[in-house]
Ligand binder design. Sequence first.
Ligand SMILES: [Zn+2]
Length: 406
Amino acid sequence: MGLRIYNTKTRQTEEFDPPGGEVRMYICGPTVYDYAHLGHAKAYVVFDIIRRYMEFKGFEMDHVQNFTDIEDAITKRAQEEGIEPSKLAERFIHAFLEDMDRLKIRRAHHYPRVTEHVEDIIHVIQELLDKGRAYVVEGEVYMRAPKGSFGSLSGRSVEDMTVEELPRDSKREGALDFAIWKKTREGEPSWPSPWGQGRPGWHVECYVMATKYLGPTFDIHGGGMDLIFPHHESEDLIAQALGKGDFAHLWLHNGFMTIESEPMSKSLGNFVTIREALKGFDWEVLRYFIMKIHYRETMDYSEGALRKAQKEHSEVASAIMKLKAAKSGAPGEDRALLKEADEVRKAFTEAMDNDFDTGRATKAVLEFAKAVNEVERVPSSTAEKLFLDFCDYCTVLGLCEEEFEA
Ligand SMILES: [Zn+2]
């Protein structure tokens, strides 16, 4: 059995076998007005491992991840600091990429920014207007979302949606219609359009950036669970309204990060940036901690949990160092270890093939590392084989780069 992936849209785990072995993947990127926090670390480490595993299996990836570089939060903070919003966005894009590099997250092939695609977005909005799927009110453009438009991913009905989640402005024809072009106020970044000075809405931005780089139909659209509604459902609605392609085949959503069982929030004072976390712990420990549970599950961050991850990670690192030394040691074979190696490879592959179950995969690698560390001496040919096995696991999980260096 090959790779199977859980699809939020069908609520089923599906066989994954893209034609030609090419995988086109769009991941929603951050809104750049502050330093990336641990919730971002979880999301992007998760998608990094997903990508690494697919690359390991021989798929050719085309990975696109955007930067939302126009947003009220960016403008507000820039005004507070007395600088241009573009300057502020630039600073946090740079910081974001720095943090991702420190976590050894493979860079996307394209990082489109909203500000560089406003023309493309205006074209798509015009197409929606031409098709009668959107309308203009006083310099703003709204997407029509008739009853039954939502629920394609979240499975929720309109009745389930609370008032807060629905757009609140009064100019809309329908209660669920959402803005795809917004009129801007004095001093806010704006672009000329057939409907007046303004800026695009979030949902149409991601639709345009995804399809511009990946085509009207592509393999994977991913993001955090909090993006399912309204963001991803709205993108999907735009795609269906345009009728150019099916948009994303598979929708992947990763679980939240809580801190000491509380949702992470600035107001609760338990907002931890990646930078802060990396002051106390190595990048590998943070990665190892994140991969200990399945990506769709909620993960609880605590110093204790990180210390446990640190201990387990060093068990794996010592096994690798031991094998490295043993490769040039006394010859011979350890049948028991070789047999265990076969079982571990099977367990690892099965776990990863089963919707990227990094929790089970990591556990298999850890148990194997303990077994290696427990034997008194590993003979050279066994060490050589096991060293390559660990190299495969760590390539997929993105661990122990230094230990594998010559
Ligand atoms: Zn998005």
